[in-house]
Design a protein around this ligand. Structure first.
Ligand code: PMP
Length: 455
């Protein structure tokens, strides 16, 4: 059962992505402090944070250097706007560092306060770019079904989560969604590579249906994170790149989750050899210690906006917040000093892949996959090998059980996701896998499945 602090937050605090009525009845878990890869709740439980907060806390909790960077900057200049052609050292330093780490053709960054704001910025930059190029008819943006790009109206519109569309009413016009390269869910009747080609072909079909001159951009994550840690077949990205090049369509690679080491490279784009025109970033940029996001802009778009654009009427009060920028810069410096990305690529990622794959022998698990330090388990009904009846909400059950066992796993439908801090050790990966298995066993027991005879 979730822990609760009676009345403390029930009355006032509406949580994101939460059934408000259930929240009122059950209360919330109260997290009081954290250290390394562990969070602690108000009732004294220590829980391994298998989700790094919400794909954020890459350097783990309790990093004194980040606290010091914030404190120092807070004392020196807590806030000043970047609206009046003004700037400050941490933002200048962060911009330079980001452009050094990003793919070579990305030499500009526009700062925002979050990933959602970054995607709003993307939308406006794409439209502005084509208008400046004298092709205002290039209006359509293609996203993917089940994709997530934020919770603002633009973010929801770019994303393809149908429930979000239904609940929010009409979104931004001229955005459409194509099938995602989700082999386990949608492609098991084909070889993965054939399925990857089919998903890329679906993009081309949509382009032709809309009119080959009318598509402005395609937006996707390298590996779809919030949708269920969906690793595309090898054939997918090369085929997509070809399609986009054929119709001169901008590529927007949402690196909000995949960026900053999650997949064992600085950016997921590096892993798949992508050449993005725009790259929204957030989350791991500051290891989640303070809210900051941005859009890395490739030369093609930047040169046009700079040379031909005049004033760009767009910006946020917290675009380039000095304290957030100071923390983000320190975060990236520590990641470099401690070779965090290389360790994920060469050691921790392969080790997780080995250990996580062992869970595939569990009767509830239809597939166990991982890449870098992102992993997923597909829960299936052992009687049929197919999905459970959705009404059973097995994923939610497993998530809550897992929390009680001492591990944060996220559920998206019946897909369980992990994305632990990048500073996790091999021993802690062992612990994570053990706890995940306990959660699976307990879930099976609660479902009264016949094989659940584990003592
Ligand atoms: N893009 C992706 C891929 C995300 O996962 C998220 C957040 N989960 C966002 C954008 C939105 O970021 P934020 O919550 O910081 O607005």
């Amino acid at each position: 059962m979730p822990l609760s602090l009676p009345a403390l937050d029930r009355a006032h605090h509406l949580h994101p992505f939460t059934d408000f009525k259930a929240l009122g009845e059950e209360g919330s878990r109260v997290i009081t402090h954290a250290e390394g890869v562990y969070i602690h709740d108000a009732e004294g439980h220590r829980i391994l944070d298998g989700m790094a907060g919400l794909w954020c806390v890459n350097l783990g909790y309790g990093r004194r250097e980040l606290v010091d960077a914030a404190t120092e900057q807070m004392g020196q200049l807590p806030y000043y706007t970047t609206f009046f052609k003004t700037t400050h050292p941490p933002v200048v330093g962060l911009a330079a560092k980001l452009c050094q780490l990003a793919p070579a053709h990305m030499n500009h960054v526009f700062f925002t306060g979050s990933g959602s704001e970054a995607n709003d910025t993307v939308l406006r930059m794409v439209r502005r770019y084509w208008a400046l190029k004298g092709k205002p008819w290039k209006q359509w943006i293609i996203g993917r079904e089940n994709g997530y790009h934020g919770s603002t109206v633009a973010g929801v519109s770019l994303g393809g989560i149908s429930l979000m569309h239904e609940q929010g009413g009409p979104g931004v016009p001229c955005i459409t969604h194509v099938r995602q390269p989700y082999w386990f869910s949608e492609g098991r009747d084909q070889w993965p590579e054939a399925f990857g080609y089919a998903c890329a072909a679906a993009i081309e079909e949509r382009i032709l249906a809309l009119g080959e001159e009318s598509v402005a951009a395609f937006i996707a994550e390298p590996v779809q994170g919030a949708g269920g840690a969906i690793i595309p077949p090898e054939s997918y990205w090369p085929a997509v790149k070809e399609v986009l090049a054929r119709y001169d369509i901008l590529l927007v690679v949402d690196e909000v989750i995949c960026g900053f080491g999650r997949l064992g490279e600085w950016f997921g784009s590096d892993l798949y050899d992508l050449v993005p025109d725009l790259m929204p970033i957030a989350k791991g940029l500051s290891s989640g210690y303070l809210p900051i996001g941005g859009v890395l802009v490739g030369d093609r778009v930047a040169d046009t906006l700079i040379e031909e654009g005049g004033e760009f009427f767009h910006g946020f009060t917290y675009s380039g917040h000095p304290v957030c920028a100071a923390v983000a810069l320190k975060n990236l410096e520590i990641m470099e000093e401690e070779c965090v990305v290389e360790r994920v690529r060469d050691d921790l990622g392969p080790y997780l892949a080995l250990r996580w794959a062992e869970l595939a022998d569990h009767p509830l698990v239809g597939e166990a996959r991982s890449l870098g330090l992102m992993g997923a388990l597909e829960l299936v009904d052992p009687a049929t090998g197919g999905r459970f009846d959705r009404a059973l909400a097995v994923g939610t059950l497993c998530r809550d059980i897992s929390f009680s066992c001492g591990l944060v796993m996220r559920s998206v439908g019946d897909t369980m996701i992990i994305s632990p801090p990048l500073v996790i050790t091999r021993e802690q990966i062992d612990e994570l896998v053990t706890l995940a298995r306990e959660a699976l066993d307990e879930t099976a027991r609660r479902l009264s499945l016949p094989f659940a005879c584990i003592p």
